[in-house]
Design a protein around this ligand. Structure first.
Ligand SMILES: O=P(O)(O)OC[C@H]1O[C@H](OP(=O)(O)OP(=O)(O)O)[C@H](O)[C@@H]1O
Ligand SMILES: O=c1cc[nH]c(=O)[nH]1
Ligand SMILES: [Mg+2]
Length: 219
């Protein structure tokens, strides 16, 4: 798997990442969601450079313009709930894309909240055969949700290409996906890679709980 880490380059994307991490700013839910969305828009633009292009002839009122446009049939897939604002950002850019949704949630198997498991309940997707699938989820912690989402999605057709986008990934999550996707056909795009996870499988320094920050606490 190829890994592209936007934190290695200076751009305004880092300002949005700083705001979603910052305890003094992240409590503004609308700004939090919009920042994730803006990160999605920038990532989608960068990712668009990796698609397959061909020149089409476009009739203007005054003549014919040759324009190189993408040929990929893109499907954007995300994981409820936290993935929704990132999905919106991608869909703002790839506005003709198909859309897939998977519900995956982490739950603790023990009272001490130390052993996390992931449960998939719901999947809604178009046929993924021969498509260019973009799986977008803001947090890649253990990597279990992403692996299960991928495995659930491919029961609905095998895509021709896969790109994965996260906002904050843990080093362990990246290694988990590297084992799942050996070779360099799959690319992971992330805004930052953090070094650690805590005993509750939260990314450190991370940003906290992305789903709760975007939508409020759940019971
Ligand atoms: O790599 P993992 O250890 O599997 O963790 C990552 C998952 O955690 C978050 O969802 P969460 O389970 O918190 O659900 P939520 O979006 O409903 O808050 C996030 O959106 C990922 O799907
Ligand atoms: O740090 C983390 C890990 C998983 N999910 C989150 O929302 N945050
Ligand atoms: Mg959550």
């Amino acid at each position: 798997m190829k890994v592209i880490n936007f934190a290695e380059a200076n751009s305004v994307l880092n300002q949005y990442v700083a705001e979603i991490r910052d305890v003094a700013v992240q409590g503004d839910r609308m700004r939090f969601r919009r920042n994730i969305e803006r990160i999605g828009e920038i990532m989608a633009y960068e990712m668009s450079k990796e698609l397959t292009y061909s020149i089409k002839r476009v009739q203007t009122p005054l003549g014919v313009a040759p324009v190189s446009t993408p040929d990929d049939e893109v499907v954007i897939a995300t994981v409820f709930r936290a993935g929704l604002p990132l999905h919106t950002g991608f869909l703002n850019v790839f506005d003709r894309a198909g859309n897939a949704f998977v519900s995956a949630y982490r739950y603790y198997k023990d009272k001490e909240c130390r052993t996390v498991d992931v449960h998939i309940e719901y999947i809604a997707t178009p046929d993924l055969s021969k498509k260019t699938l973009l799986i977008v989820d803001p947090m890649l912690a253990t990597g279990e949700s992403m692996e299960l989402a991928w495995k659930a999605l491919i029961t609905k057709g095998m895509p021709a290409k896969l790109q994965i986008a996260c906002v904050i990934a843990s080093r362990q999550g990246v290694e988990h996906l590297e084992k799942l996707f050996p070779g360099d056909e799959v690319t992971l795009w992330c805004a930052a890679i953090d070094p650690e996870m805590n005993e509750h499988s939260y990314i450190v320094p991370g940003l906290g709980d992305a789903g709760d920050l975007a939508f409020g606490e759940k019971i």
